[in-house]
Write a protein that binds this ligand. Structure first.
Ligand code: NAG
Ligand code: NAG
Ligand code: NAG
Length: 462
């Protein structure tokens, strides 16, 4: 899924996602932290957003980007009037200019911009059933002209550094690609080699399928076989995790098996350039996704479930402003943070040092991300749209210089969240410290996940 335009236009896919989540699953079991196993430096891999940035480059104040160590934006003028290239040349310009503005904003904060040509083309999910697609009736002339125009505009505007070109979004959903798979695959091969020729060194991403890697998925199977023989493997492999199911460890394992069985390298960048359904975009779900992405070293961009101009606002539901829910004004300011934004801020500002290995609960609904600095160990904990009690087990406390047994004072912060995506949270709540007795070099403590929204941070000195 991409934006909530697909909720408007393809009610079945969204209904499926919500049906899964509305069960309000329960979480139990133990998530663990291996204090003795370092997994490298933190780089805020999850701090990306799909759309979420207004065309006015100064509308959202700097602090909202800088404080979360913003990494990625992905856009292409979707849902703006004029229907892109297939609507009119003016429609193309409107969408290209929007993408250019978002590129500049992204670069201002040191982020990387992923360009969405399908939105500039006009296949944003809102196109009519009779809309044209690249290569219809075997004729590629119009698409080649589109690429010529796009490449020329990228060059003219120096859109070079920090740019990734995402060949086509979610071709495995008919709302974005209502044509045979074989036509998509031909489009991939043509576009890849054309971009490599005319924009030497450009970074290409794909396939950005809505469905995660699976050997039994014919899109994955046929596309990967094709890129191997066509020598068109992307520099950045992308797919989406927005079904409300699946997890990053199994998804990456499937991806590696698909690629290696076709002789393709599996060490390229992975970017889940849309992650989380709307119900996961609260503090708890944000923490869950951060832990999932960091574990497998995948970049991620929060999915965007807003429509129209709101799609180009709110940093993918990280921030809010007066009237956001019921008197929306696309150009208004007055932004304030949500609990989710506070999670990403803590992730960027406080979770410094070295990452250590963690494992989720066996039911995969309870997660922990952990870092060790010179003085402090910090954990970020949350569930995936689930309530219940689960445990965090800290293993090998001696590895961070603590005794094998004793009492450990753990300080708790609460990223208090509710079912309101627009609710304000100016700072995490200080929930105080508690002394936990432990022995055997291991300490377990409970997480009372009473609602499916709130995330927690835990800190202790070493
Ligand atoms: C995938 O490729 C196989 C083998 O070339 C072909 O038979 C099949 O029709 C393709 N699947 C789709 C959905 O096009
Ligand atoms: C890759 O596929 C495209 C589309 O079929 C084709 O035009 C191109 O020549 C192929 N390139 C290679 C190296 O096979
Ligand atoms: C996070 O770090 C900042 C900067 O060092 C500090 O001001 C803030 O109090 C810390 N927040 C928490 C919740 O520990």
């Amino acid at each position: 899924m991409l934006t909530s335009i697909c909720c408007l236009l393809s009610l079945t896919s969204c209904a499926t996602a919500y049906a899964v989540l509305d069960k309000r699953a329960s979480v139990s079991g133990t998530a663990s932290v291996r204090l003795d196993v370092s997994t490298g430096s933190p780089h805020q891999l999850a701090s990306g957003i799909l759309y979420g940035i207004p065309e006015d480059q100064n509308q959202i104040p700097d602090v909202f980007f800088r404080d979360i160590a913003f990494k990625y934006c992905r856009a292409g003028g979707a849902q703006l009037p004029g229907r892109g290239w297939i609507g009119s040349r003016q429609g193309y310009q409107t969408r290209f200019q929007s993408a250019l503005s978002n590129y500049k904003t992204t670069r201002k904060y040191g982020g990387t911009f992923i360009l969405l040509p399908h939105d500039i083309w006009g296949a944003d999910g809102g196109q009519s059933k009779s809309a044209v697609y690249p290569g219809d009736n075997g004729d590629w002339t119009d698409y080649d002209t589109f690429l010529t125009q796009l490449i020329s505009d990228l060059k003219k505007n120096n859109m070079n550094d920090g740019l990734v070109i995402d060949i086509w979004n979610e071709p495995d959903l008919s709302i974005f690609w209502n044509r045979p798979q074989s036509q998509y695959i031909q489009m991939w091969g043509r576009t890849y080699h054309r971009l490599q020729r005319d924009l030497p060194g450009c970074v290409i991403s794909g396939p950005s399928f809505a469905n995660g890697p699976s050997n039994s998925n014919s899109w994955w199977a046929n596309w990967s076989s094709f890129i191997a023989q066509n020598q068109s493997a992307p520099q950045q492999y992308s797919w989406h995790m927005e079904g409300g199911g699946g997890d990053m460890q199994s998804s990456v394992a499937n991806y590696k098996s698909i690629l290696s069985s076709r002789g393709l390298a599996t060490d390229r960048t992975i970017n889940i350039n849309e992650y989380a359904v709307f119900d996961e975009e609260f503090a708890a779900g944000s923490a869950w996704w951060i832990a999932q992405l960091e574990r497998v070293n995948a970049f991620g961009l929060r999915g965007n479930w807003l429509s129209g101009y709101a799609l180009h606002d709110f940093m993918a539901s990280l921030i809010s402003k007066p009237g956001a829910a019921n008197a929306y004004n696309p150009t208004a300011g007055g932004y304030f943070p949500t609990a989710s934004w506070q999670v990403y801020k803590y992730y960027a500002q406080n979770m410094t040092g070295t990452r250590v290995q963690t494992s989720p609960t066996a039911d995969l609904r309870g997660e922990v991300y952990a870092v060790v600095s010179d003085t402090t160990v910090r954990l970020l904990v949350g569930s995936r749209v689930a309530t219940g009690t689960f445990n965090i087990q800290l293993q090998n406390l001696a590895a961070v210089g603590l005794p094998q047994s004793g009492t450990l004072n753990i300080h708790t912060w609460g990223f208090t969240s509710s079912g309101d995506h627009y609710a304000r949270l100016d700072a995490p709540a200080d929930l105080g410290s508690y002394g936990h007795a432990y022995s055997g070099n291991t300490l377990s403590f409970p997480i009372y996940q009473k609602d499916a929204y709130t995330a927690y941070a835990f800190e202790f000195s070493r």
